[in-house]
Ligand binder design. Structure first.
Ligand SMILES: Cc1cc2nc3c(=O)[nH]c(=O)nc-3n(C[C@H](O)[C@H](O)[C@H](O)COP(=O)(O)O)c2cc1C
Length: 366
């Protein structure tokens, strides 16, 4: 039987070799927004995971939109040059295509790296002003963000467009907006974090206005040869927050604004939000979004076993799956999945000797 997980997929003008995606994952290892040697090593490694697409971590479209001092940005010529060096290198040595996640952290910006506490930066740690739809902190003890004015909304929209232009110059195959995990675009969409009284708050239509304006503005500069998408939340897992119906409305809106695909994740809106921990917990949300919005849909979250991933695609519940921790734990996850599912995956010539046709050890190992 042929594997559906390993079948190609076309998103706008981009053909991906299979349905496996390396999920965007912050490395907190940039300097003033610029990628470093860490990124060359990390992205170079996962360019050979067997996944058809690697997505660069949440990348701040402006300095105040980074989560931490160590987060990657794409708001200066230096950031662009550093990222181009890393992506050119990884493209040369790997089999994956490359996407980028453009982000603005909103009220979750000005935070400590996870291993330095994961809380808000204290006064001695060079904190910065955060912005959000409404002046409501992420949780107790967090910075109170400043409510964005119309001018801020225009500035941030322009920053997304400018970063998308830089991403195009770097040569990314896909570009996606981060509209999940409590960051700025998500914070506008959710009634819990958006209490505005103007045309950007209140009704669902108003709350979705800013994310959809950003998508339309970015699409206006991203040609159809590059796939454009968004990561959104399928559920806030909080009463009064985004539910699957609202998520489907957001996906439909993104599609109308020119998106080629969405990724359905969930959670992260407030300090109190807790995600489920069962395998594939976002799959039912993705299935609904895909059905209602009729757009190519990726999902993510505790997808670990090759057969589990295969079934999600084969049953039509999503069109692509992303792996986060699973592929950090096993950087050749795609190779191992191909073997488990009885199919082949592209390998660079230097590593052909470990393929099933040339290495009996693979069969012995199981
Ligand atoms: C170290 C780390 C960094 C992450 N950074 C991001 C990020 O930059 N953008 C994002 O949308 N999700 C981020 N996530 C969430 C993952 O992309 C993924 O959605 C989540 O880990 C669930 O998938 P998993 O169970 O396969 O890990 C991060 C997760 C981890 C573990």
């Amino acid at each position: 039987m042929t594997s559906q997980l390993f079948s190609p997929i076309r998103l706008a003008g981009v053909e991906l070799a299979n349905r496996i995606v390396v999920s965007p994952m912050c490395q907190y290892s940039a300097e003033d927004g610029a990628m470093t040697e860490w990124h060359s090593t990390h992205i170079g490694m996962l360019a050979n995971s067997g996944a058809g697409l690697f997505i660069v971590e949440a990348t701040g479209v402006e300095a105040r939109g980074r989560i931490t001092h160590g987060c990657v940005g794409l708001y200066s010529d230096a950031d662009e040059a550093a990222m181009k060096r890393v992506i050119d290198h990884a493209r040369k040595i790997g089999t994956a295509k490359f996407g980028i996640q453009l982000a603005h952290a909103g009220r979750k910006a000005s935070s400590q790296r996870p291993w330095q506490g994961a809380g808000p930066l204290s006064s001695g740690e060079n904190p910065w002003e955060t912005i959000a739809p409404s002046p409501i902190p992420f949780g107790p003890g967090w910075h109170t963000p400043r409510e964005m004015t119309d001018k801020d909304i225009a500035t941030v929209t322009e920053a997304f467009v400018a970063a998308a232009k830089r991403a195009l110059r770097i040569g990314f195959d896909t570009i996606e907006l981060h509209a999940a995990h409590g960051y700025l675009l998500h914070a506008f969409a959710s009634a819990i974090s958006n209490k505005r009284a103007d045309r950007y708050g209140g009704s669902l239509e108003n709350r979705l206005r800013f994310p959809l304006e950003v998508m339309a503005a970015v699409r206006a500069v991203v040609p159809s040869s590059v796939a454009l998408g968004a990561r959104l939340t399928g559920s806030d897992w909080l009463d009064g927050g985004i539910n699957p119906d609202e998520a489907a409305a957001l996906a439909k809106g993104f599609k109308g604004a020119g998106a080629d695909y969405v990724d359905v994740s969930s959670g992260g809106l407030t300090h109190a939000a807790r995600n489920p921990t069962d395998p594939g917990y976002n799959v039912p949300l993705a299935e609904k979004v895909k059905r209602d919005a009729g757009i190519a849909t990726r999902t993510v979250g505790l997808i670990l076993a090759p057969q589990q991933a295969e079934a999600i695609i084969a049953d039509g519940r999503a069109d692509m799956i992303a792996l986060g921790r699973g592929v950090l734990n096993d950087p050749r996850w795609g190779w191992h999945a191909a073997f488990a599912l009885g199919t082949e995956v592209a390998r660079v010539p230097q590593y052909l000797r470990v393929g099933p046709k040339l290495w009996p050890g693979l069969t012995m190992k199981g």
